[in-house]
Design a protein around this ligand. Structure first.
Ligand code: CS2
Ligand code: MN
Length: 355
């Protein structure tokens, strides 16, 4: 198991690699190139520069989150083959620099959805939350809420230029239902998985966040059956999963522990995002501190499901709250994520020694 933390790069992250290096137990960063437009090839020299920067700080770069998928691939428009070819080239370039895992998602329009980016908890810390009332508004207002509350940071998957035309984007998806989106995902996977197998990269799809339809958009990575379908659709270890406990648990019908156990056993979980959420009511929730006692998930059981089924992939705390006066990119402060790392590694050590 390799503990990692996400890093947004020198221009986009106010946290330094040196500070990440000081979090005990963190061996690597999860990175990306944020200046390459979605759909274009990631140049080798830029990937190398990022990996070198990490290495010089004593950290590995073996996981990319995310190489995002161009809308034309998700929509299945005639132009998709050019973007798929670019994706294949990006996979080859990443492999040459030593990357092992590519995290991605297949959500139309929005990469993820929260309705409150600075939700205040009783202890005065700030976190992200999702409440249904926050999306019972016009699309433009929902988009504006997210962009206006991002504390001045560019949010991946929320490119303002793209979302300025949110109605047009929705119109492009009008004929894409769940079946069509599945078909387009399989078309994409059939084209790229052989390349991954050849160069030794594993793809790891992130579940939908939230794992149910919003604004009538199709959703195909929501639950156990979707993951089972995905694994069978292209039956290769290179066709894997980023199991995000927070996202999966946003639907209280999902049994996170069973899902973790099953897909770890099936050797498809290559990357785990481990965070806790607190269900407020129905499907409204906020992202809580990692400890079991603060959220709706039993984090011991989460780690045990991974451990007992032989997990040996990469892991990271997903989001953290803002504590001790810290502000910055929502979900990605240093302190609470570092506490999460320590807690998860503590649970892991106990599990290892129990054997
Ligand atoms: C992440 C997602 O920061 C986050 O909310 O969990 O944005 C994640 O990076 C993407 O969905 C993965 O493609
Ligand atoms: Mn996640």
């Amino acid at each position: 198991m390799q503990m990692t933390m996400r890093w947004f790069g020198p221009a986009e992250d106010k946290i330094s690699l040196q500070h990440i290096r000081q979090v005990p137990g963190v061996e690597g960063i999860v990175g990306a190139l944020y200046d390459v437009p979605v759909g274009e090839v990631w140049p080798k020299d830029k990937i190398l520069a990022l990996a070198t920067q990490a290495r010089e700080a004593g950290l590995k770069l073996e996981v990319i989150e995310s190489v995002n998928i161009h809308d034309e691939i998700k929509i299945g428009s005639p132009g998709r083959d050019r973007y798929i070819e670019n994706y294949q080239t990006t996979i080859r370039n990443l492999a040459e620099i030593g990357i092992k895992i590519i995290c991605y998602n297949f959500m139309p329009v929005f990469d993820w959805m929260k309705t409150d980016m600075n939700y205040i908890l009783p202890d005065g810390s700030l976190t992200m939350a999702f409440e249904k009332k926050g999306i019972d508004k016009s699309l433009e207002d929902v988009v504006k809420d997210v962009l206006d509350n991002s504390n001045g940071f560019a949010l991946p998957g929320w490119e303002p230029e793209r979302l300025a035309k949110v109605q047009e984007l929705f119109a492009q998806y009008k004929d894409v239902d769940d079946d069509k989106l599945r078909e387009n995902l399989v078309y994409f996977l059939k084209a790229i998985i052989p390349v991954c197998e050849e160069v030794g990269i594993k793809m790891a799809i992130h579940p939908d966040d939230p794992p149910y339809s919003i604004f009538g958009l199709p959703r195909v990575v929501k639950n156990r059956d979707d993951l089972d379908w995905l694994c069978n659709a292209v039956d290769s270890e290179a066709n894997g999963i980023t199991l995000c406990t927070g996202s999966i648990a946003e639907d209280p019908d999902n049994n996170v522990y069973d899902i973790l156990a099953e897909f770890t056993q099936r050797k498809r979980i290559h990357f785990a995002h481990v965070r806790n959420i607190k269900i407020i009511k129905d499907k409204d929730f906020y992202e809580s501190a990692h400890l079991s006692q603060y959220g709706s998930l039993d984090m011991y059981k989460v780690m045990k499901s991974l451990h007992d089924n032989g997990f040996d992939g990469y892991i990271r705390p997903d989001h953290g709250r803002f504590i001790w006066g810290e502000t910055g990119r929502p979900g990605y402060g240093l302190y609470d994520r570092a506490l999460g790392v320590t807690y998860l590694l503590g649970l892991w050590e106990a599990l290892e020694k129990q054997d």
